[in-house]
Write a protein that binds this ligand. Sequence first.
Ligand code: ACM
Length: 537
Amino acid sequence: MPRLGRTARALATLLLAVGAAAPALPAHAGPTAAQADPAHAAVPEKPLQHIVPAPVRVTPRPGTTYHLTPDTRIYTHPGSRAAEQVGEFLADVLRPSTGYRLPVVPGASGKGVSLLLTGADPRVGDEGYQLDVTRRGVVIRAKTAAGLFAGVQTFRQILPAKVEAKSKQRGPWTAPGGSILDYPRYAHRGAMLDVARHFFSVDEVKRYIDQIALYKVNKLHLHLADDQGWRLEIKSWPRLATYGGSTEVGGGPGGYYTQEQYKDLVAYAAARHIEVIPEIDMPGHTNAALASYAELNCDGVAPPLYTGIEVGFSSLCIDKDITYKFVDDVLREVAALTPGKYIHIGGDEAHATTDPDFIAFMNKVLPMVTKYGKQASGWHEFVKANPPASAVPQFWGTKTVAADMVEAAKRGNEIVLSPATKAYLDMKYDEHTPLGLKWAGYTDVEDAYDWNPGAYVQDLPAEAVKGVEAPLWTETLTKSADLEYMAFPRLPAIAELGWSPWSTHSWDDFKVRLAAQADRWHVLGINFYPSPQVPWK
Ligand code: ACM
């Protein structure tokens, strides 16, 4: 805040202090500072508070503003390639819009922007960071590159929205002074994308990865196979992709990722500190596989490809040896392509498989996941098979009573929460939403935001919750603009539940911070639903 007088500065201090406690001043609070004092013009347009997800602790430094200039350098921790890569990521965001060179150099300096792997408060842990903005410089400190990356996402949000533009814009490029201490509530902050019902190209998935990275999401669960399509090349069973991937809901051309393309996606996500969790859904949701190989069917007859949106009609043949040769081959190839810890084996809606068959199937498949060095995730139904404590059930129920999840937690399983009534991004917002489904009910932004993952499932201990995940099923979604319309603004809501401490939870606060994101979405070309619940400017 240069050239701000003493009185105005005191007023700004007061406003920022009030804002930290309760940013949403009621509408009847009388004239705002803008009306009362012309010096308001110097108050940064985006106060330090307008960050999603809400940081653990924000301490504004009123009267202090950092200016990015043509001479700014980005310093990264000497000797750390990972820190340098985060520096390059930041430079790639800032260069097109500012037109500045922003060289990324090893070193540390009070000036410019520094990304350092020393000196952070121990509370930052593996993914948190400290961010300090003074007049002279910006310093992000973390213990890991993931923490630096999270800090960079926060830094982006306190710069003017047009910094996200892909073409040169007019400055000034200011960030409000202050310091932030921040770290996540949960280790698992996921987004799931269904590329099976409709296929999404590598570039479309990368676009979504960029969008979820903005909100500190750290897991991308890819739903790679379902009745309507098989989307990953499997070299030992090539027809899965070439035939099983040849259509989609509605009969369109479908598609699949070659193994090289999948590896490219995994690397792109990893560069954004996002771990890909591939899902091969089984024993149900397998029509695309059954259509590709007749021998996988109990009667030896391949069904036709499927382009509708029914569920629960397909099953791998539980009693055939070839089924387990098939699953073993698929899991071996998927594990070899996936550096992450998890493989998701589905297990939902196996209505065409009896319970004893389901359990027999899982008892054979779960050890294969372990054999290939991975931990199993699965939709919550798979707890019927008593998976090992390392397995991660994903709760997608519509009720808050789930005795099977409580029992699984007693056996040592940590659970990811994706309650369909809260976290399913494919549910319509209201009766007018042109896209999406409504079987779990309409879900506007406040519904998506207003639940506590640590106290949601009755009797499930808070410490049994590994995190949250927002699934985006694509029966009705065919292009990026559709994905964005359903994910924004609800994805940031779920991301905040995964990251921010419960002590910061406030719908009245969140909706104001969310509204401030819209300028960025406009610049980034993100197609979002302008929910009437949010006070957009
Ligand atoms: C699911 O929605 N069938 C997991």
